[in-house]
Write a protein that binds this ligand. Structure first.
Ligand code: MN3
Length: 199
């Protein structure tokens, strides 16, 4: 019987300031993510989705059971999101990852630009991603709760573009939030480790 649990953040609530405030993390982690966990457990139980891993429940409920999918996929998305962030301005991207970015996406700058544009281009709520698709890096976006695994993609870096992720700190300025994210908030060592594990 699967039971979703809210993970602790891997850093203190003020660790990502000034790019992402403690107030945002309190609301986003303690309230929004908690609600996905609580509702996910409720809908899993009510709809008998008890079998398999979180990833399997996400894939099995996609286009099949919206209450289960929306909450469990958002739980998966947020566990990823907390894990790929770190207060990291002027970060050096590990060379293995940097070389792969250059090979598949031209340059680090063009990767960042495409990532920001994917986030801006996601109408309404959703996510933008750096994914691995058939061993190639790609930039994608997904609506609402969708995680790239439902398309057979491996998520390496995802950014939450739901308003709850940036409205406290950036108001309606989503492009500014996305630029602050790619320039200052990415744990590139973690992204590089995920790439190595999946190549
Ligand atoms: Mn969120």
């Amino acid at each position: 019987m699967i039971n979703l649990e809210l993970p602790d953040l891997p850093y203190s609530k003020d660790a990502l300031a000034p790019y992402m405030s403690a107030e945002t993390l309190e609301l986003h982690h303690d309230k929004h993510h908690m609600a996905y966990v609580t509702n996910g457990n409720k809908f899993i139980k009510e709809n008998n989705f008890n079998e398999g891993s979180i990833e399997e429940i996400v894939k099995n409920s996609y286009n099949n059971n919206a209450p289960v999918f929306n909450n469990v996929s958002q739980h998966l998305n947020h566990m990823h999101f907390w894990g790929v962030m770190k207060n990291n301005p002027n970060a050096k991207i590990p060379s293995e990852l940097e070389n792969k970015i250059k090979e598949d996406l031209g340059s680090v700058d063009s990767m960042k630009e495409a990532f920001i544009n994917a986030g801006i281009g996601q109408f309404g709520s959703g996510w933008c991603w750096l994914v691995l698709n058939n061993n190639k890096l790609e930039i994608t976006k997904t609506p609402n709760a969708e995680n790239p695994i439902v398309h057979g993609h491996i998520p390496l870096l995802g950014c939450d573009v739901w308003e709850h992720s940036y409205y406290v700190d950036y108001r309606n300025r989503r492009p500014e939030y996305l630029k602050a994210f790619v320039d200052n908030l990415v744990n590139w060592e973690k992204v590089s480790e995920e790439l190595s594990k999946n190549l």
